[in-house]
Design a protein around this ligand. Structure first.
Ligand code: FAD
Length: 823
């Protein structure tokens, strides 16, 4: 009869014991556990604090009694192994209840001692209000503190999954968590821009985040605590949870002469054997093989611990027939206030550290068919080797469908899959579950296009250098989307208009095309490439990824309630007339377009209750309200659905809080501009304003009169019969925008030339391009009939698209306008 002693009775130890019994009915199995409990759900501890798990007994998967009764395992809780003698195959044990000591022989010994929370050497950590969490008694203490002391604020130190889960569950108990993380991001298995999705979500949910900050002390502050950061900032709080990582409990193994690595993890082979004969080790205390890196790694997670434990039992009982451990690719997932973040394999950072060739694709699809209710966008990034196509890793963040995609990708990575396998990955599809082309397929399509040279990816972190080296950033979204936010310095030609406006795209320069999420950017890239633009790249993940990473979305949804607290539905009901707009499943600019169209039909004072799932809607709705003068009454997020209440402003109440509105808002939604001057700079100003106003949805009328007629004259000389005065004016009126002079410092035309060069250098569109854009966006250009008559300008001399009108035409437009400028 073989005798097996197991040290540690939770994840690895308990699994090994159960498997051993199933394989060998006659074995003597002794499980030593220092603590009071065995086989409990340490992963469930934060949720017991938060209240998702209400029944404490549910934390215990097996009790010592059940182990004894059901599996005939000799479980000895409160028994600590204090030394191992591998040569004699003896474990020395202390009974922690009575202090007695004894020895136990073994045929095989399994070490599953786990890892303990790191406690840095800083002042103040001995305060009883500073907690760590590893075991049931730990969570009991924290829960008791929260129940009895009703703390208001907690500092959670560490942004790994335990820190995040503790923050979430403190939040669930009404304690405001403040998260402090030494790195510039939480969940370091993710690349920065993917972690940034979660950063934004946490901030939106009123969680304070201190990134790139370390705690240097915890001090008493009256009857509270204060956490002192290296930067000098001090955070008052009522309790502190330390979750800065774990260190292996390997001192027992070390004292027994068992080989450890440089970080004190127990070294094991693929049979999970240590350097000592008949001694095996599993779980958080061991370093294991990384099949991706080909080196050793540590993955202190429950999944690997359980799988290793099963293999050890098999090794002990089945010997050579038993499977060997293939290593871990580190697949992890965490939930944070409805949002899920997950990763598997290597990030770009990890590839860079390891010197591996890598490329990546990022997509932002919906978790199921966009037309099926409550489709929620999520972000998926796949990292791969651009030379071989091997998939290195994947990361995802969102409200739904994240776990499914990461698990599929983890399985594929485990089987050394190629990005081509993603293209053909065949999934179970019906609208409530996914789309006919799933996010995983899309990632594969793009990666495949990268590999065969159909597209070249540019990345958010390269944008600064693109701007510096004079590359042209081409935003191919609509003018509306562009107006709501874009990369500084980008020019805007929507992909729909691109074919017609190719002449506006600078040649001979590196072009970086971008759209909202990458699809239209790719379409534009293909148009450009097939029209002789060779140096084109598409910004991976589009403006959404760039914006997430750059933290432009600093707007906090929770901060906009203007009517006290209340659910958006209740806020909406305070108005007489409520219009519901369901924009769920639509990606930008879909929600804003729906909002605009519903608002156009609404009466002043009525309220719109807009539901959207696109995260960009939070910022866009606010920007749109600012631009249009409507009132954003409230915004909230619940399980990935953003609900905004927007009130159509009564004309007299329209706020004047943006630069554009200061000069423009009187009433109505029209703007009129009288262009009297034929100075180049004044003409420029008039078209900048006209296009800007048109982009915000205004109906714009430009009335060209007297000298302003020059601006709309054709370049070519049109032969028209003129009288003497007409011929005189013909000489005085510059022919077309190309001949306009600056109002100041023209220097015989040199100034105007310099201005044009400067505009080109700064990627400002030339006047003629602005004029074309204005016509395309519906700006009405009217030539003043009376001025034409006086100055002898004929209809044929004016550019196409210009209408002829009298003062009455102008006055009619002006009377409806809320802007009337004389330039
Ligand atoms: P443990 O499960 O920690 O068990 C080790 C046991 O050995 C301990 O009970 C210890 O008392 C005992 N022991 C140590 N030395 C001795 C000795 N000399 N004599 C006797 N007994 C000894 N992982 C995930 O994959 N997903 C999650 O969601 C997740 N959530 C977590 C949440 C929390 C709060 C915590 C703490 C961990 C979480 N983990 C999660 C990690 C996961 O719990 C561990 O990876 C896993 O428990 C490791 O198993 P193990 O057997 O190596 O160690």
């Amino acid at each position: 009869m073989r005798k097996i002693v197991i040290i540690g009775g939770v994840a690895g130890g308990a699994t090994a014991a159960a498997r051993l019994r199933r394989l060998d009915e006659s074995a003597q199995i002794i499980m030593l556990e220092r603590g009071e409990n065995v086989s409990y759900a340490n992963c469930g501890l934060p949720y017991y604090l938060g209240g998702a798990i209400t029944d404490r007994s549910r934390l215990f998967v097996m009790t010592p009694q059940l182990f004894q009764n059901n599996l005939s395992v000799d479980v000895r809780t409160r028994h600590e192994a204090i030394s191992i003698d591998p040569l004699s195959k003896i474990v020395h044990v202390r009974n922690l209840v009575d202090g007695s000591e004894y020895s136990e022989t073994y045929d095989s010994l399994i070490l599953s001692p786990g890892a303990e929370p790191i406690r840095p050497r800083i002042d103040g950590l001995n305060d009883p209000r500073v907690f760590t969490v590893r075991s049931v008694p730990d969570i009991d203490r924290i829960k008791e503190f929260v129940d009895s002391r009703r703390p208001r604020r907690a500092v959670v130190v560490g942004g790994g999954f335990i820190g995040l889960e503790m923050a979430e569950n403190l939040h669930a108990r009404g304690v405001t968590p403040i998260l402090v993380e030494a790195q510039d991001q939480v969940m370091t298995g993710l690349d920065f821009e993917m972690a940034a999705v979660l950063h934004q979500h946490m901030v939106d949910q009123k969680l304070e985040l201190f990134l790139s900050e370390t705690v240097v002390a915890v001090a008493q502050a009256a009857d509270r605590l204060k956490v002192v950061l290296k930067s000098g900032k001090e955070i008052p709080c009522d309790l502190v949870v330390l979750a800065i990582g774990v260190k292996p409990e390997s001192s027992l193994a070390k004292a027994a002469g068992i080989t450890l690595d440089e970080r004190d993890y127990i070294v094991v082979n693929d049979k999970m054997q240590t350097s000592a004969p008949s001694v095996y080790a599993v779980g958080d205390a061991v370093c294991i093989h990384s099949p991706l890196l080909g080196t050793s790694t540590v993955v202190p997670l429950a999944g690997p611990a359980n799988k290793q434990a099963r293999i050890v039992a098999d090794q002990i009982v089945l010997g050579e027939k038993a499977p060997r451990y293939q290593g871990s690719i580190a697949t992890a997932i965490a939930k944070m206030l409805d949002m899920t973040v997950a990763c598997t394999g290597l990030s770009e950072k990890a590839c860079a550290r390891a010197g591996l060739a890598y490329s990546s694709v990022t997509v932002h699809p919906s978790h199921h068919a966009g037309y099926y209710p409550e489709a929620k966008p999520f972000s998926l990034k796949v990292v791969f080797d651009p030379n071989t196509g091997r998939i290195w890793g994947a990361q995802a963040a969102g409200f739904d469908g994240v776990d499914k995609r990461i698990d599929v990708l983890a399985a594929m990575i485990g089987m050394n899959a190629h990005v081509r396998n993603l293209e053909e990955f065949e999934h179970a599809y019906a609208p409530p579950y996914s789309s006919a082309k799933d996010a995983i397929n899309y990632a594969g399509f793009i990666a495949g296009n990268v590999m065969n040279g159909l597209t070249r990816s540019a990345y958010w972190h390269q944008v600064d250098s693109f701007i510096k080296d004079g590359s042209v950033l081409l935003d191919v979204r609509t003018a509306e989307e562009f107006a709501l936010g874009h990369i500084e310095g980008a020019i805007n030609i929507s992909n729909i208009e691109l074919r017609k406006r190719l002449h506006e795209v600078p040649r001979g320069k590196n072009l970086v095309v971008y759209c909202g999420v990458g699809i239209r950017g790719y379409l534009a890239e293909r148009i450009l490439r097939q029209n002789g633009f060779d140096d084109v790249a598409n910004l991976s993940g589009g403006f959404k990824t760039y914006e997430m990473a750059m933290g432009l979305k600093s707007y906090h949804a929770s901060a906009v309630f203007t009517e006290g607290s209340g659910m958006p539905e209740q806020l909406a009901m305070r108005s007489h007339d409520v219009i519901t707009v369901d924009a769920c499943g639509l990606q930008c600019p879909g929600p804003i377009m729906q909002l605009k169209s519903a608002m156009d039909k609404a009466m002043p004072g009525s309220r719109l209750l807009v539901k959207a799932t696109d995260g960009g809607f939070v910022k866009d709705a606010k920007a749109w309200c600012n631009l249009t003068g409507n009132l954003l009454v409230g915004m909230e997020q619940n399980a990935g659905i953003y609900t905004a209440i927007i009130e159509k402003a009564a004309p007299a109440l329209v706020p004047m809080n943006t630069p554009m509105q200061n000069s423009m808002v009187v009433n109505g939604n029209e703007a009129t501009l009288i262009v009297f001057s034929n100075d180049l700079d004044r003409a420029l100003a008039s078209f900048v304003i006209a296009n800007g106003a048109a982009a915000t949805g205004k109906k714009v009328t430009m009335f060209f009169t007297f000298w302003g007629l020059s601006v709309i004259r054709k370049t070519e000389n049109i032969s028209v019969k003129k009288d003497f005065m007409g011929r005189m004016f013909d000489l005085m009126l510059p022919r077309s925008v190309h001949k306009l002079a600056l109002s100041k410092m023209n220097f015989g035309g040199v100034g105007a030339l310099m201005m044009k060069k400067r505009m080109q250098a700064k990627s400002v569109e030339q006047l003629e391009i602005m004029m074309q854009s204005a016509l395309k966006s519906g700006v009405k250009m009217i030539a003043c009939l009376m001025s034409m008559d006086i100055m002898g300008v004929a209809r044929e001399e004016l550019i196409d698209g210009v209408e002829i009108g009298g003062v009455a035409t102008y006055l009619e437009a002006a009377s409806k306008a809320n802007v009337n400028l004389f330039i």
